[in-house]
Ligand binder design. Structure first.
Ligand SMILES: Cc1cc2nc3c(=O)[nH]c(=O)nc-3n(C[C@H](O)[C@H](O)[C@H](O)COP(=O)(O)O)c2cc1C
Ligand SMILES: CCCCCCC(=O)C(=O)O
Length: 331
């Protein structure tokens, strides 16, 4: 891990309420997948190419993945994250503690809205209208959560509710219910994706696809792109690391839509590996939360800055381009 990210993580652990630290840090079950997401990067290496006469001209291929409840990390919450995002796409969680309109107003770059489809279609519809009116540029539908993940740390800590004064602000005053509604998890189908696409002109991405057959279905159902993700090891503890699931999805999709690799990315080298293995970009979750908890907007800015700097350095060292033939197993 980049040492600046490690330092921010240590500071976040020190300043956060331990219950909230566990909510952010924890995963499902025995946290095998949580650990494996990072370990998978250590199982691969890059063979750099030389004498290509190319530098580090690529765009910064990093998105901020959606994470809930930023005001648990810092009083400025998602406003600080949005201000720090600086041109990087911010995927704002439906479970944000700041309303989406205020997140977009504070942002310096594009904001996409992460959506859990809701059993009451009127609630989903109202959320989509809210995201559109706020100026979000895409919807990211999280499809890996038919039920809540079972997080042992949260169960042991009896962490069930937000502290008083905090709420999932996007859930306020929807479909006839005054005040914030609960976010509900439920099983949906491809028809629900079709219905959502028909209801909006925004591009619709799916987040939480691991099986290549689902990736092919997603392309067939007209999605704009796919997050290859196991939700940062928070949903099911028997799945592969996100990076290990990537190659089959890359092969199945064959370049028809962009793929975001999300889970365990902690350095510029990790970003380069994911790109060489076929991702178009990567998503980062917890490092942003550590930066936010440690130092608010400046902390998130620092996280993005060190990743940008490290990625550019690695890319220059690799001859300015990354391709699948450069990836080898680490012995
Ligand atoms: C505290 C926390 C809250 C999260 N909240 C959401 C969420 O509201 N919606 C969602 O789709 N994913 C959510 N995720 C998953 C992230 O979007 C992302 O997939 C994951 O954090 C990536 O792994 P990483 O933390 O190793 O970078 C959350 C993850 C964490 C750690
Ligand atoms: C009670 C609302 C929970 C929002 C889901 C947040 C999430 O996805 C997570 O991983 O945590």
């Amino acid at each position: 891990m980049n040492p600046v990210l490690a330092e921010l993580h240590d500071k976040a652990r020190a300043v956060l309420d331990p219950v909230h630290y566990d909510f952010f840090a924890g995963g499902v079950g025995d946290e095998i997948v949580l650990a494996d997401n990072e370990a998978a990067f250590r199982r691969h290496a890059l063979l750099p190419r030389v004498l290509r006469g190319k530098g580090n001209s690529a765009e910064f291929p990093v998105l901020i993945s959606p994470t809930a409840f930023h005001k648990l990390a810092h009083p400025d919450g998602e406003l600080a994250t949005a201000r720090a995002a600086e041109g990087t796409v911010l995927v704002s969680s439906m479970a944000s503690t700041v309303p989406i309109a205020d997140v977009v107003a504070a942002a310096t770059g594009p904001v996409w809205f992460q959506l859990y489809l809701q059993p009451d279609p009127r609630v989903t519809e109202a959320l989509v209208r809210r995201a559109e009116q706020a100026g979000c540029e895409a919807l990211v539908v999280t499809v890996d959560s038919p039920v809540f993940g079972r997080h042992r740390r949260d169960i042991a800590n009896e962490f069930h509710d937000l502290p008083s004064g905090l709420a999932a602000e996007n859930m306020r005053d929807l479909a006839g219910v005054a005040g914030p509604r609960d976010i509900e998890m439920a099983a949906f189908s491809w028809q629900d994706v079709d219905r959502l696409r028909a209801s909006t002109s925004l591009p619709v991405w799916l987040k939480g696809v691991l099986h290549p057959a689902d990736a092919v279905l997603a392309v067939g159902h007209g999605v704009a792109g796919i997050f290859v993700s196991n939700h940062g090891g928070r949903q099911l503890d028997v799945v592969p690391a996100a990076l290990d699931a990537l190659p089959a999805v890359v092969k199945a999709v064959g370049g028809r839509v962009p793929l975001v690799l999300d889970g365990g990315v902690r350095s510029g080298g990790d970003i380069a590996l994911a790109l060489a293995m076929g991702a178009s970009s990567v998503g980062i979750g917890r490092p942003v939360l550590w930066g936010l908890a440690a130092d608010g907007e400046a902390g998130v800015h620092r996280v993005l800055g060190v990743l940008r700097d490290e990625f550019e350095h690695v890319l220059a060292m690799c001859g300015g381009e990354l391709s699948h033939d450069m990836v080898v197993a680490r012995c």
